[in-house]
Write a protein that binds this ligand. Structure first.
Ligand code: AMP
Length: 368
């Protein structure tokens, strides 16, 4: 089939590679001059809201998908009569607005931190009183990797928080003293057949994903998270891969956000699972049964941020994925995956690789 992919970044690149392996061809739409997916298929150079370019993409595709959640929904709906678009734009709408996303979690009885919609400093003062401190003020739209956020530790910071984020639609949420962060990934095809992956544990620094480890060997948490994923997939009549990020506190999970797309915390599935998240996304949107999601061992993934050090190119163990992007401070340029027979080996190897790559990498904020 002909797959149209909106976005030709590293997620588009890995989707494109999986599509080629499955015998499909790809066409991309992306405004960048030199996007990572450029060698996989033709790239229509245009902005994501360019209706003419989107119609050209629709004409060249049997199905259209996207690699990031800030694709404008209205222009996308204009081509919905021309070609199937998966995941459904309704899912995109929820994921683009943190308030709508939280209301959806509540409707589905998926637990989450207490929150308030914030439109004024008066709202923020009331939230400080009712939710307590610390609390996190977040922009409702266009936030990612910790951008558009302000952590309030005391009430004197209200003016500073407002100066930083005020004027946009905001939400305030309780600070979650989590033990760790995990993500659950699921997939559903057009006929409604679904599958879930094991739980992945994620470590962030400055809001940016640094490492992922899977599987999380906690049966109760895994079952719970997979149920939340299935509830979301069913409710949204979803098609494709969906990732849900959660906080773990003791034996409980609190949902943070979901992404209607393949996810950075699932990159390890390329080597670590029988079917990668990218292949499963393609299988879903072309209405094939989901491939098996069984782990091939203990997997770990390290993001390479800011540069791909030479050491990363000469690893005795580990798979380097170099996205071919121009190095810039804070930019995700690649990742390394390890898969081992034991958890101890995985953690030792990850620590060794982390040491060798971080000695020459200093992340400062992130661009995707
Ligand atoms: P987000 O953009 O919402 O995924 O936030 C980026 C990161 O900030 C998360 O992965 C957490 O590490 C941290 N974070 C976000 N919201 C909260 C919260 N309510 N409590 C504690 N940490 C948070």
């Amino acid at each position: 089939m002909r797959i149209g992919i909106i976005g030709a970044g590293q997620l588009g690149q890995m989707l494109g590679l999986a599509a080629c392996n499955l015998g499909h061809s790809c066409c991309f739409l992306d405004p960048s001059d030199d996007p990572p997916a450029r060698e996989i298929g033709p790239v229509i150079r245009a902005n994501f809201d360019d209706r003419v370019a989107l119609a050209v993409l629709a004409d060249k595709s049997d199905v259209v998908t996207y690699e990031f959640e800030n694709v404008p929904v209205e222009p996308l709906l204009d081509i919905a009569d021309l070609v199937p678009i998966y995941p459904p734009p309704a899912a995109l709408r929820h994921a683009q607005d943190r308030l709508a996303e939280k209301e959806l979690f509540e409707r589905l009885a998926i637990p989450l931190a207490q929150y308030r919609a914030i439109d004024s400093t008066t709202d923020l003062e009331a939230a400080v009183t009712s939710l307590g401190l610390p609390l996190v003020l977040k922009t409702r739209r266009m936030g990612y990797d910790g951008k558009g956020q302000f952590v309030l530790n005391n009430a004197e910071q209200i003016d500073e928080a407002w100066a930083s984020l005020g004027g946009r639609d905001l939400v305030a949420e309780q600070w979650v003293p989590f033990d760790c962060e995990v993500s659950a990934i699921g997939v559903r095809n057009v006929d409604g057949e679904s599958a879930t992956y094991c739980l992945t544990r994620n470590e962030h620094a400055g809001g940016i994903l640094q490492t992922s480890r899977a599987p999380v060997e906690n049966h109760g948490l895994t079952e719970q998270a997979q149920q939340y994923i299935v509830d979301l997939l069913e409710h949204l009549d979803y098609v494709g891969v969906l990732a849900l990020e959660l906080f773990v506190i003791g034996d409980e999970l609190l949902a943070n956000e979901f992404a209607p797309r393949v996810h950075n915390s699932g990159h390890w599935t390329i080597e670590g699972c029988e079917t990668s998240q990218f292949a499963n996304h393609l299988l879903a949107i072309t209405n094939q049964p989901p491939g098996p999601t069984k782990c091939r061992g203990y997997a770990g993934m390290i993001n390479l941020i800011g540069q791909v050090p030479d050491t990363a190119r000469h690893l005795a163990h580990g798979h380097l994925h170099d996205y071919g992007k121009t190095p810039r401070p804070g930019r995700k340029l690649g990742h390394i995956t390890v898969v081992t027979p034991s958890e101890t080996d995985r953690d030792r190897l990850l620590a060794e690789i982390q040491d060798s790559v971080t000695s020459s990498t200093t992340p400062r904020g992130t661009e995707t």
